[in-house]
Design a protein around this ligand. Structure first.
Ligand SMILES: Cc1cc2nc3c(=O)[nH]c(=O)nc-3n(C[C@H](O)[C@H](O)[C@H](O)COP(=O)(O)OP(=O)(O)OC[C@H]3O[C@@H](n4cnc5c(N)ncnc54)[C@H](O)[C@@H]3O)c2cc1C
Length: 493
């Protein structure tokens, strides 16, 4: 194949995945990543020997992540360990291990809700199993679709019913439908994104029960594994190089302009960066159809978070307290009803913390608009950040008494921090807002008729997340490889 040149903007998981396939196919690939390390949200930072996850604390393969790694021959290189979840409040902890066990544990705590719990978890069980089965046969790659549907009809006929129930519903409306008890409904509402489709609610339960993973050695290892593969296959990765502009002439992308003014030419440009920023800042409104501008002016990002990372020393007493983590991830409702999330990833993978020590991530949703962003507001921002940090630690201490006394290392990030490091608009955590009411629908051929340009990543397919980043990259890599082969054949004729 001729050495077509492809520039990829952004070295997050989407950028690295597309680069891996294209480099393996013999194309000339260059990634420009603005941050000093690759991975985007799938990265880590190290403090005094503690390895903290910058973004996600776990992910579901969703029939994508492991098959992609296998196709690239990287499944033996990067190992993952299974992770798990629980919901907690007061002194109660319910592990989200499988539908039957969650049903039984909740029934003990809410004996009056037998009918509602059994209806809801019957739906969850049928839906989560069916969902898991359906995506694990290559469906996400457009493979075995008929075979998978036939298998589902034979082995999980009620899955069609579960999907039907989920149709046109959200997690909240389903909880209203199934669960009368306000308190119990609130426990369910805190799982996943605040509002998401009924189908995503089933996907979420499927992930909790069967498909929750953490890369061994930390999230950076995962990104590094892909990056090494790209480089071994002749791809170039430039970190600390921000793309300022996508060069467009006669409706075609032909390269990029970097922060220092340098111009790089290419046959194709792939943007794995934030989609709104790609369109408005890198391509420019003058090259966009009015309909796309209108769509992008009305989109909403997925909810950002405020995050605190703690490196913890241990003690005999504290190690007893840590046993409260039945699984590494806990959704905890504080005494005033506020929900926070805790992830003790060193429980799944002790190698990320110094011996006998622990890495804890604490998070809560946090509105972007609540954070002062003006240049003359830096002091105010720091004060608010510190106050939020203190508050989140105090809340986590309700779950883990004695926590504060065991802190050795402390870091925190606001939605503005997430935005600064990754350029995700308003610190969006996983693409567009998951609320079906706000979901934009793109038909890229019509919406963005720019030749030789492809968007990938968590804004391209709903819902966003790790598997979305990889599958959007997989499709575009195959399209570019196909186009390059056609061009090559044309040039040979
Ligand atoms: C707190 C948190 C929790 C999450 N939890 C989960 C979860 O449980 N499960 C799940 O599946 N997903 C989760 N996600 C989402 C998931 O991490 C992302 O959807 C996914 O990693 C996105 O990958 P990406 O490559 O599309 O984008 P990104 O990771 O955002 O990568 C984009 C890259 O482009 C670079 N870039 C941007 N602009 C430019 C430019 N102009 N020039 C050069 N480089 C540029 C950025 O620096 C970045 O490295 C979570 C995310 C966060 C933040």
């Amino acid at each position: 194949m001729s050495q077509k040149k492809i520039i990829i903007i952004g070295g997050g998981l989407a950028g690295l995945t597309v680069a891996a396939y294209l480099a393996r196919a013999g194309l000339k690939v260059t990634i420009f990543e603005k941050h000093i390390q690759i991975g985007g949200y799938v990265s880590s930072f190290v403090r005094k020997g503690f390895i903290f996850p910058s973004g996600p604390t776990s992910f579901g393969s969703n029939g994508v992540v492991f098959p992609v790694l296998k196709e690239l021959g990287l499944d033996e290189k990067q190992k993952f360990v299974e992770s798990g979840f629980q919901i907690s409040w007061e002194n109660h902890d319910v592990a989200l291990d499988n539908a039957n066990s969650v049903y039984k544990s909740l029934l003990e705590l809410y004996p009056g809700e037998k009918r509602d719990l059994s209806h809801y978890f019957r739906w969850v069980k049928i839906g989560a199993i069916g969902f898991h089965e359906s995506i694990n046969n290559g469906m996400m790659f457009g493979r075995n679709i008929i075979k998978t549907i036939v298998k589902l009809i034979i082995h999980h006929p009620l899955f069609i019913w579960a999907l039907q129930v989920a149709k046109k519903q959200t997690n909240r409306s389903l909880h209203n439908h199934f669960i009368d008890n306000d308190d119990l409904r609130k426990k369910m509402n805190q799982l996943g994104y605040p509002v998401m489709s009924g189908k995503n609610t089933l996907g979420m339960w499927g992930t909790y029960f069967f498909d929750s993973w953490v890369p061994i050695g930390g999230f950076q290892e995962f990104a590094n594994t892909l990056a090494s593969f790209v480089q071994q296959n002749g791809g170039e990765i430039h970190v600390g190089e921000q793309v300022n502009r996508i060069l467009v002439k006669d409706g075609k992308a032909y390269g990029v302009e970097l922060n220092d003014g340098e111009i790089a030419h290419s046959d194709f440009v792939v943007s794995a960066a934030d989609f709104k920023c790609t369109c408005f800042d890198l391509i420019g409104k003058e090259h966009l159809p009015k309909s796309l501008i209108h769509k992008l002016e009305n989109v909403k990002p997925s909810e950002p978070v405020f995050s605190v990372w703690l490196g913890l020393r241990n003690s005999a007493e504290f190690s007893e307290k840590l046993k409260r983590f039945k699984n590494s991830h806990a959704y905890f409702t504080c005494s005033d009803g506020v929900d926070i999330q805790l992830a003790l990833l060193s429980k799944d993978d002790p190698s990320i913390a110094p011996p006998e020590k622990h890495c804890l991530t604490i998070r809560r949703l946090s509105s972007y608009e609540n954070w002062p962003s003006g240049r003359n507001e830096i002091e105010n921002y720091k004060i608010i950040k510190n106050a939020n940090c203190e508050e989140l630690i105090a809340r986590a201490e309700e779950f883990l008494p004695g926590l504060r006394a065991h802190i050795e290392v402390q870091e925190s990030a606001t939605p503005l921090t997430f935005e600064r490091y990754t350029s995700n608009w308003k610190g969006s955590t996983a693409g567009w807002n998951w609320n079906p009411k706000f979901l934009p629908h793109f038909d890229f051929e019509k919406d963005l008729p720019l030749k030789n340009f492809y968007p990938i990543g968590h804004y391209v397919f709903n819902p966003g997340g790790v598997p979305t980043a990889m599958i959007t990259a997989w499709y575009i890599a195959h399209e570019i490889i196909k186009e390059s082969e056609v061009d090559y054949l044309r040039s040979e004729l």
